[in-house]
Design a protein around this ligand. Sequence first.
Ligand code: ADP
Ligand code: MG
Length: 698
Amino acid sequence: MSQQALAGHPVVSLKGVGPKTARCLEKLGIRTVEDLLYHLPLRYEDRTRIHPLGALHPGRRVLVEGRIETAEIIARRRPALVCRIGDGSGHLLVRFFRFTARQRTELDRGTMLRCFGEVRSGYSGYEMIHPEYRCISEEQAGIVGGRLTPVYPLTEGLNQTTLRRLITQALELLDNSGPNEALPDWIPPAILSSNHYPPLHEAIGLLHAPAADTELEAITRWNHPAQQRLAFEELLAHHLSLTRRLVRMRSRRAPVCQPNHTAERDFLSALPFSLTPAQQRVIAEIQSDLSSGSPMMRLVQGDVGSGKTAVAACCALSALAAGYQVAVMAPTELLAEQHYRNFTAWLTPLGVNVLCLTGKYKGKRRTEAVQTIRQGDVGVAIGTHALFQEEVNFSRLGFVIIDEQHRFGVHQRSALRAKGLHDGFYPHQLIMTATPIPRTLAMLSFTDTAVSVIDELPPGRIPVRTSVMPASRRDEVIQRIGRWVREGRQAYWVCTLIEESEILQCEAAEETMSRLAAALPEIRIGLLHGRMHSSEKESTMGAFMQHEVDVLIATTVIEVGVDVPNADLMIIENPERLGLSQLHQLRGRVGRGTKQSFCMLMYQPPLSDIARQRLSVIRQSNDGFAIAEEDLKLRGPGEVMGTRQTGRIELRIADLARDKALLPGVLEAAEWIQQTHPECIEPIIRRWLGDSAGYADV
Ligand code: ADP
Ligand code: MG
């Protein structure tokens, strides 16, 4: 049997897997027998020892055995079947609140019973409620297996027993077909031995069915070589795949865009500020990529307010001067419009035609915009995802700028890059984000991307002062807003709820609005939420910018990018429900002017320990990088990056936070494999990333 055999074996080929079970397994990402083998237990139960009934401890989950001495139905509100078992050393009551007629006859005096469950203290001694049990024969008594019992992550409709049975089948298949053929080890033996890693099939066998004397301690702490080996291989697969993509990108051609010094000087002298050294450095890094002739793939990280927009506009000049179009993608209409205002103000005096295309452009306006882009009469096209819909075709797209990248998936990025493909040239790509990629993540998941960091804020910015308080102090906060507004200052009030429920979030915002209006009738309040028409949103935002509105009540739609320097107080409700990086982004809306700004986090008690810890991180730090590292520790990478949604990197076994110590070894192994065992690259990538491994990326 070849490797094809296990990887190519669909789960339905196993005994007992019908369409329903197959659907459940699919939800766990399990399609093939090989997938099943990578579905590792969460923990283990020790059913290798029978505990004497006379020496039980409450709270422990244990295996016991005994003969039924009495079995009776005790009728209270609900009848219960209660059996008393004994083994000579003591007794235990076993209670069943639900039971069938068959159980009633089966569980009778004299039967030998083996039970696994939690020992509890009851009225009359220790008991087990609804244990897993089996009636055993005289000969079976006292004989147990030598392996620990795995407990797997489940999904609705699938239980432990079924999953255990299937995995046992998969392991048998592996053994019978010769492990090396069915599940070949693609990691060269030299790497395995230098890390003291077991071969793949051994690691898998051990983790699904550890012998009773396995160091459970190490497994629990995710320290066992068998676990590390699997995580190592998975990280290696991702790294190899990203490197391969990078090499492919490098071999491609892109328009050569030299900086245009005249245009740049005009641009800079018209700006109301001078660029910080960090901005200048990043611009130089980008310009060098733009003139290199191969497609740029660069990420600009800069904390909120670090001035990424001006950097982007300045770099756009190079592409424009070379005769190429520039596309600027924003995650929301609000932000697209803000960019549109900035780019128009900065670039139209230089003779650049700037256009905005978002979802709200319909009918004739839209057709016209699409036509202008196609004919090449526009230099910079700014928009939301509407920009890469099918009928939008650029005449000469040379440079794509994506703001706040985490909202766009890899596929959308590829779609946009494909739009720019002409005469064998790929457009340059710049991604700007305020959500810092923690160093640990950057090592791996961004190897196909160069990174520039704007590590300095414009001068004169004062760090936001953040406080944390319970929602019971709402009235006090409202009074404070009243005083604030009387001093001529503005404030944000952000209503957050669980993300999925946009409707509830809007209702909460509306309710806050009427409370505030009732308490402070003299202040001017604006409302901004996701269910409003975009023209309404725009006019509210405009009014806030013009200071025709004092307090802007908003949902998280204002999260990214919005810039109103006179607003320097922000209240955030239910901060405990948001990610730390998201909170930091929200808070970044204030602190843009020259006065001390404040942020009040108004939580709903009681707070869990972890929530308390997280809020104190945000209170004590104004550093986006430090916050992101903490977030990674407290929540795991998927949520920090929104990687589940972007599909940038999805891991089955490894965890970047937990396994970061493996990364240096992974990088080293990758290099060695690339040089000496290039034939292993493809199978390793295929095993862990499947067919999706970056082929879709043009
Ligand atoms: P972000 O990096 O969060 O996208 P923006 O580009 O929106 O930040 O810039 C925030 C604010 O700072 C804007 O009002 C912008 O005009 C201003 N700004 C940008 N660069 C500088 C600078 N070098 N000096 C002063 N203000 C700047
Ligand atoms: Mg921005």
